[in-house]
Design a protein. Structure first.
Length: 277
C-alpha cells in the first residue's frame, strides 16, 4: 500500500492510498479521513460509497464531511466506484452509466466483466481487511452510507451482511435496480439475463427476507431529475412498510441529485451514525 496524498483537515488527516487489489486484479485508490481522536485510540468508521462516474475523491472534496467527522470522532473511508487501469474493460460505447466508474457494487459473473468487476467482495471483504490492519479504526463500530449507485450499494451490502454495520444511510439511492434503466443495464451485463440472480442486489426486494432491523436514514431530493425513472424511492418505502422494517425516508423539497444536496445534510447523516456507534 502506497500513500499518495495527505492533508491536515479539522485537526485530523485526510489521506489517499493506492494498493493492488487481488479481488479486482488491478491497482485501486481509496481515501481515509482520520479524526484527531484517532491519534490516541481506535475510532468508529463510516464507509462511503459514491455514485456513477465518481472516484473516491468526489466525496472527499465536495461533501464537507470532515468537519463533522472531526467533531464526532469518526473515521471516513471512501473507495473508488469501479476497477480501473490497463486491461479493465469498459462500456464498448463509452457510456457513463456502465463500466468504468459504474461497478454497481456487484460481483460480475459474465464475460468480460467477471475478471475485474467484483466491487461487492472488494467493499465487503478486501478493503475492510486492509483498513482494519493498517489504520486506528474499530471495525466492530461501523456504519455505511452512499449516494445514488452508492446508496444502492450501502443498502444492499448492509442488508446482506447482518452484524457488520450498526447503521446505514443513503442519499438519493437507486432503490430497486431490477426496475430501472440504470440497474437493468448494469445487472443485465454484469450478471446475465437471469433476473432471479439480480434480486440479491435490490434493496427493495431484500427487505422481505431481512431478519436484522438496522437504523436506516434515507434522504431524497424532490427536485431530483432522476427520481421518477431511476431512483424509485416509492418502491423502497412500500417494501419497508410491507416488511415491517422501520426506516426514516425523507423527501427534501427543492433539492436535486448533486453534492450540494449531500453537503446540506451530511452533518445530520454523520450525527445519525454517531448516535449508533
Amino acid at each position: 500500500m502506497e500513500q499518495i496524498g495527505s492533508n491536515k483537515c479539522f485537526g485530523g488527516q485526510q489521506q489517499r492510498f493506492r494498493h493492488h487489489s487481488a479481488v479486482l486484479d488491478c491497482d485501486m485508490t481509496f481515501s481515509v479521513y482520520l479524526p484527531p481522536q484517532a491519534e490516541t485510540a481506535p475510532v468508529p468508521v463510516v464507509w462511503w460509497l459514491s455514485g456513477l462516474t465518481c472516484t473516491d475523491e468526489n466525496f472527499v472534496t465536495k461533501a464537507g464531511a470532515q468537519r463533522y467527522a472531526a467533531e464526532l470522532g469518526l473515521a471516513l473511508v471512501a473507495p473508488d466506484t469501479s476497477p480501473r487501469g490497463q486491461g479493465v474493460p469498459d462500456d464498448p460505447e463509452g457510456a457513463w452509466d456502465f463500466g468504468l466508474g459504474a461497478g454497481f457494487y456487484v460481483n460480475a459473473t459474465e464475460e468480460p466483466w467477471r475478471g475485474h468487476y467484483r466491487m461487492y467482495d472488494y467493499v465487503v471483504s478486501e478493503l475492510p481487511d486492509l483498513v482494519g490492519a493498517g489504520f486506528p479504526v474499530d471495525l466492530a463500530r461501523a456504519g455505511i452510507s452512499g449516494h445514488s449507485m452508492g446508496g444502492h450499494g450501502a443498502l444492499t451490502i448492509a442488508l446482506r451482511n447482518p452484524g457488520r454495520f450498526r447503521s446505514v444511510t443513503a442519499f438519493s439511492p437507486i432503490c430497486s435496480p431490477t426496475r430501472c434503466p440504470w440497474g437493468e443495464k448494469a445487472l443485465g451485463n454484469y450478471l446475465g439475463p437471469d433476473r432471479d440472480s439480480w434480486r440479491e442486489y435490490d434493496a427493495s426486494l431484500l427487505l422481505a427476507a431481512s431478519e436484522e432491523h438496522l437504523p436506516v436514514l434515507v434522504d431524497q431530493g424532490e427536485a431530483d431529475d432522476f427520481l421518477a425513472e431511476q431512483l424509485r424511492t416509492e418502491l423502497l418505502r412500500e417494501a419497508s412498510a410491507k416488511a415491517g422494517y422501520p426506516m426514516s425516508i425523507r423527501l427534501q423539497p427543492g433539492y436535486d441529485h448533486s453534492y450540494f444536496f449531500i453537503a446540506s445534510f451530511i452533518g445530520e447523516h454523520l450525527d445519525f451514525h454517531a448516535s449508533h456507534l
